[in-house]
Design a protein around this ligand. Structure first.
Ligand SMILES: Nc1ncnc2c1ncn2[C@@H]1O[C@H](COP(=O)(O)OP(=O)(O)O)[C@@H](O)[C@H]1O
Ligand SMILES: [Mg+2]
Length: 626
């Protein structure tokens, strides 16, 4: 846990060749499309407002050269009133723009977040094994905020300011082209500076966002692991690791600030110099009588009106680059291929789990062949996608037949791959070779959705969600099951009774409607395990997979749960990972997993007598840390 360096991993992609920011940002178009009309109108409104600000200097020119020169107070009042009107119109239009974009952009952000979340749910377990959760969290939160800001400001203002600068330049050149050229002199060097800045800033922005992701991972781990950190007195080392990450982030952010200060300085100083130069030249020309004072005033006010559009470009480019980095990070996740949950051949009619005995062999293969019924592994091999390429597969040749209605215990040393084997049945992973079949149907041809409706699991680590106890249990099957609230209540009661959870659930402050909190941390380990067990049995699954379901129970509760489990197991085909003889005794037969294959199958007593490895495991010699 203290080793936080591992979180700076392959998701830190700053070394990848930089893609152009524009190309990254163009990928956002599908999300913008639905609101394009509103954004377009808003952009037009903004351009209009901006152009009004350019009309003001022309009115000034008319005022100075007309009424002011002629000492005509009536004309001056008229000019003043007109200027006031223009100012008001500009303010109103800017307000209108904000109103136009606020709601649609919040919608875009929400859609993008929803899309990401839906995709995360559909990504294979192997993806989640590989990616730190903080990286995913930060992509779904801070990166999307950056994108909404981008739509609201840089996207619009790069366009608006560009148009304003063009129109302004034309006005300047028309009024006095020689002075106009003096003002436009810095344009070329500024463009070069901007492109240099953009490349550097884009890389820095990407690094900063990746570091935020790493930081989020550490925070998340520390919050979830707070008991371990405190228990082992590791808060200091944890704090140190955190400080290192924040320092790294801080120095990246300072680097960004330096870059921004530098470009902002150039963007302000160069035009300012040009304005100074134009002022001197213009004053000389007015003195020589070549130029009217009104034209010089108008010229300089136009130049000043263009200052903000020019100054802001550095800052808008910075935000655009941050948005481009955020877009890349977003699509790195979105581009990962999802597994098709309801994918390959799904029969039109879902087979209800209870009619197990009925003609189920719709897949055709071996219909009626009793040897195919039940849960069959034939020549199954599996290796984790991220295992070293030269290592042997974890599961090499698993061949095992669990007959319909039978309960098979799975015994093996720690790390032998028992949990991995159980994960293959609900298709959390797919075998690299071989075949698994459920009642004669090849698992690979059953959609994941359907496979999971047929198979229920309770894992070693009983994960609960921030929801009520009842919701946590009912998620095990209620969704796929018709029936009203009453039917659900009955199911819930039955499942809780089977898992011997009814007693303690009833004693909770609000019974089964009590919130059990994040990870169910308000419950004891045994209580969590019993809720997870209730979740597994609530859907009356045809196949039940239990990964050491009784490990956290005290002896008394264990005996109670065993008695109840015996009933459940008699109605399903089950595979139960077991460590203790008492759990093994629930099973009809036992399979010993060793060296990536099923080394022996038999009753507990047969194996105890004939298989020294099994005898050693059961006597407790093989029981290390689980
Ligand atoms: N998600 C994973 N990615 C890569 N390797 C894994 C993963 N999960 C487990 N392993 C490795 O597979 C081996 C077997 O793990 P597991 O199936 O949990 O064993 P068991 O449940 O029998 O104790 C272990 O050596 C473990 O390091
Ligand atoms: Mg295990």
């Amino acid at each position: 846990m203290a080793d936080t360096a591992q979180t700076t991993n392959q998701t830190d992609r700053t070394d990848l060749p930089q893609r152009s920011a524009v190309r990254s940002l163009l990928r956002l178009w599908p999300f913008i499309r639905p609101v394009r009309a509103r954004l377009g109108v808003a952009a037009c409104v903004a351009v209009l407002a901006s152009c009004i600000s350019l009309v003001i200097p022309l009115v000034l020119k008319w005022l100075v050269d007309g009424p002011v020169a002629a000492r005509d107070p009536g004309g001056a009042w008229l000019g003043g009133a007109f200027l006031l009107l223009l100012g008001l119109a500009e303010a109103l239009l800017f307000g209108l723009r904000r109103w136009l974009v606020a709601r649609p952009l919040a919608g875009v952000e929400a859609t993008m977040r929803e899309t990401l979340y839906r995709h995360l749910q559909r990504l294979p377990v192997a993806f989640h094994d590989r990616w730190p959760s903080g990286q995913l969290l930060s992509r779904g939160t801070t990166d999307l905020q950056l994108l909404r800001m981008f739509f609201a400001f840089p996207l619009m203002f790069l366009l608006v300011n560009g148009v304003t600068i063009l129109v302004g330049a034309v006005i300047l050149l028309v009024q006095r082209w020689s002075l106009g050229l003096v003002l436009l002199a810095p344009v070329l060097p500024l463009m070069v500076l901007c492109s240099v800045f953009e490349a550097k800033y884009g890389r820095a922005a990407r690094r900063a966002q990746d570091q935020v992701g790493d930081l989020t991972t550490v925070v998340e781990e520390s919050v979830l692991g707070i008991r371990i950190i405190k228990g082992f007195g590791r808060h200091r080392s944890q704090a140190r690791a955190f400080r290192e990450l924040t320092r790294a982030l801080r120095s990246t952010e300072l680097g960004k600030a330096r870059l921004l200060a530098w470009i902002w300085g150039c963007m302000t100083a160069l035009p300012e110099l040009a304005i100074g130069g134009a002022l001197v030249c213009g004053a000389v020309q007015v003195a020589d009588g070549e130029l009217s004072a009104g034209t010089l005033v108008a010229f300089l006010s136009t130049a000043l009106a263009l200052r903000w559009p020019v100054d802001s470009i550095g800052f808008l480019l910075a935000m655009s680059n941050e948005a481009a980095a955020a877009t890349d990070r977003y699509f790195e996740v979105m581009d990962e291929p999802a597994v098709e949950e309801s994918g390959p051949p799904t029969p039109a009619v879902r087979i209800p789990p209870r009619t197990a005995g009925a003609p189920t062999a719709t897949a055709g293969a071996g219909a009626g062949a009793a040897t195919d019924q039940g849960l069959v592994f034939s020549g199954v091999a599996f290796r984790y996608p991220d295992a070293p390429p030269d290592s042997p597969p974890l599961l090499r040749d698993i061949t095992l037949h669990i007959r319909p209605g039978e309960t098979m215990a799975l015994v093996g040393a720690t790390g032998s791959g028992k949990t991995t084997l159980t994960a293959l049945v609900p298709r959390l992973y797919d075998p690299t070779a071989g075949r698994i079949s459920l009642d004669g149907r090849d698992l690979a041809t059953i959609s994941r959705d359907e496979a999971r409706a047929m198979v229920a699991v309770a894992f070693e680590e009983p994960t609960l969600f921030s929801a009520t106890a009842a919701e946590n249990v009912l998620m095990g099957g209620a969704a796929s099951r018709p029936g009203g609230a009453d039917a659900q209540d009955d199911e819930l009661r039955r499942a809780l009774a089977v898992a011997q959870a009814d007693g303690f659930v009833a004693a909770l402050p609000e019974g089964s409607a009590t919130q059990v909190g994040e990870q169910g941390l308000s419950l004891s380990g045994g209580q969590r395990q019993r809720l997870a067990l209730a979740r597994a049995v609530v859907g009356r699954p045809r196949f039940l997979i239990l990964d050491d379901p009784l490990s956290a129970l005290d002896v008394h509760t264990e005996a109670l749960v065993e008695a109840a489990l015996r009933q459940v197991l008699s109605t399903t085909t089950a595979l139960v990972v077991a460590h203790r003889p008492s759990t093994v005794l629930l099973a009809d037969r036992v399979a010993l997993l060793s060296g990536g294959r099923i080394a022996a199958v038999g009753t507990h007593h047969e194996l105890l007598r004939d298989n020294p490895e099994y005898a050693a495991l059961m006597s407790g010699e093989g029981e290390g840390a689980r």
